[in-house]
Design a protein around this ligand. Structure first.
Ligand code: ADP
Length: 492
């Protein structure tokens, strides 16, 4: 697998969680999966003295320049080999893709280098591969290099090449003057290849030249073929509809386990959760400087502060929701300074009812998942979403917009029948009044029908969203893609 993030080495979002768990799940099923990722500062620091220097260094052409790549290896406690492609000038930085000023200006150089260096490393390490699985735009050039024969892998010449989209909105789009950096022939720069509205798109390269394309939920696989969610690539995806599959993400049930979570002082499980969960709630209220009160409805949200996640809608409705002094809110996230500023303002004006922590804080994310009653995830679109899966497992009922993976994983309460087998609350039309109606249902059940609420909690916690089933689906897809590739080459 080739990816730009892998938990806990380097993480900005769900991609890291997937890479942190899926390779190990594939290995547990009897295969051998390793990972290539950039030697980011955070990854090198995390690996520390467990990083093995493989004494492998080689020059990579990026445009007219030669940049040296070094390869080292870290083996995770689960036994997954992670090859770090290192070049300190490109990757020894605070951020993965950018800083407060925006994206790093040399991202085309950084990721062209990464893609070519991975292929060279595979060749020089002489790794026999049956499958090359690329994740997101940061590895999107690899299918093009293999397709046009610019890079050949003697030990992997028949490997099935898979491209997974974790979020179609992030495309690795660069202006044409960067094209020569890639060294790819100009005849691939057409609307049928890497060209995207007169720019280069690394993601489109992967979508066009991979043998199969996947995304992280069946519903998102349908949505990205429409103009509403296709980000301009809907036509490309419709062309590949026969090779496009949606496989829902799983969760790492060791890391996200309310019975053993090291970030929690109190623990619980689906069979007996009342005491442990109430203790987590009190702990969270205390640490967030909110009044400690079991009777309040504690509502949380964690995530990147980008418009995708529905912060606009939340900021529209929150002032009105805050009229109800039975509610408390805990927010954690970082991103757009506008959203951060608005939440800070709400925290100042309602310090007894709103807590906002800006930044990336893994322990607090776990404590919010464990301590809250309700988890808000009103994303405009959501390829899969992991936080709602963590919420389910921690008995914190998710309130979601019915889109993408949220639609596939949360059974929304129907608004009337408390016996409906719901695991959360959902709204269909993406607007403030639909969100508020949905929230009103949740609030009513929480305060007026605690038995039904607890039944839903139990049902949510009993769901199995572990990686086992989804890893199996990937393995089946690998076999199918290999078979189809072999059949096609025999026909030629
Ligand atoms: P996305 O990949 O779009 O960011 P997901 O729900 O798939 O959304 O995954 C987000 C992951 O990142 C989850 O593990 C979530 O807990 C974590 N996360 C997001 N923001 C923060 C934050 N500010 N602090 C800690 N963890 C965060």
């Amino acid at each position: 697998m080739i990816a730009s993030e892998m938990s806990p080495l380097a993480k900005t979002g769900g991609l890291a969680d997937v890479l942190g768990a899926l390779p190990a799940a594939i290995n547990a099923a009897g295969h051998s999966c390793s990972v290539f990722m950039p030697g980011y500062r955070s990854a090198v620091r995390y690996a520390g003295d467990k990083l093995e220097d493989l004494n492998l260094g080689f020059p990579i052409n990026v445009g007219d320049h030669q940049i040296t790549a070094r390869v080292s290896r870290y083996t995770t406690p689960a036994g997954v080999a992670v090859y770090l492609i290192d070049q300190p000038r490109l990757f020894d930085r605070d951020g993965l893709y950018g800083d407060r000023q925006g994206d790093y200006l040399d991202n085309a150089v950084r990721f062209t280098f990464f893609n070519r260096a991975v292929l060279q490393a595979i060749r020089r390490l002489n790794l026999p591969l049956d499958v090359i699985h690329c994740h997101d735009w940061q590895s999107g050039l690899i299918p093009a290099y293999l397709y046009c024969g610019m890079e050949t892998l003697p030990n992997a010449s028949n490997a099935a090449v898979i491209m997974t989209i974790h979020n179609l909105a992030y495309q690795g789009r660069f202006w044409v003057p960067d094209y020569p950096l890639t060294g790819l022939p100009w005849d691939l720069f057409t609307h049928l290849g890497l060209e995207f509205y007169n720019d280069i798109s690394f993601l489109k390269s992967g979508l066009v030249y991979a043998d199969a394309v996947t995304t992280v939920s069946p519903q998102y696989a349908l949505e990205i073929q429409t103009p509403q969610h296709g980000c301009g690539l809907e036509g490309v995806l419709r062309n590949r509809a026969d090779e496009l599959t949606g496989i829902v993400n799983g969760i790492d049930t060791d890391l996200w386990n309310p019975q053993t979570d090291p970030h929690l002082k109190h623990h619980f499980d689906a069979e007996s959760f009342a005491e442990g969960k109430a203790a987590c709630k009190r702990e969270l209220q205390t640490s967030m400087n909110l009044p400690v009160d079991d009777d309040k409805m504690l509502i949380g949200a964690v995530g990147r502060m980008v418009s995708q996640k529905g912060w606009d809608l939340l900021l529209q409705v929150l002032p009105q929701w805050l009229d109800d002094d039975r509610l408390q809110f805990v927010f954690l996230g970082s991103g757009d300074p506008y959203y951060e500023g608005e939440l800070q303002r709400l925290q100042q004006s309602h310090s007894h009812r709103v807590s906002f922590t800006a930044g990336f804080n893994e322990p607090l994310a776990h404590q919010i998942e464990a301590g809250c009653d309700l988890f808000l995830m009103p994303s405009y679109y959501e390829p899969c979403g992991l936080n709602q899966l963590y919420s389910l497992r921690y008995g914190t009922l998710p309130l979601v917009h019915t889109t993408g993976g949220l639609k596939d994983t949360v059974a929304g309460f129907d608004g009337k029948n408390a016996d409906f087998p719901a695991t959360g609350f959902s709204f269909v039309s993406y607007n403030a009044s639909a969100l508020t109606d949905c929230f009103s249902s949740a609030r009513r059940i929480f305060f007026d029908d605690r038995t039904s609420w607890q039944r839903m909690m139990k049902r949510a916690m009993q769901q199995d969203w572990s990686w086992d089933a989804s890893a199996q689906r990937y393995i089946e897809l690998y076999y199918q893609t290999q078979q189809a590739k072999q059949n096609a080459s025999m026909e030629q």
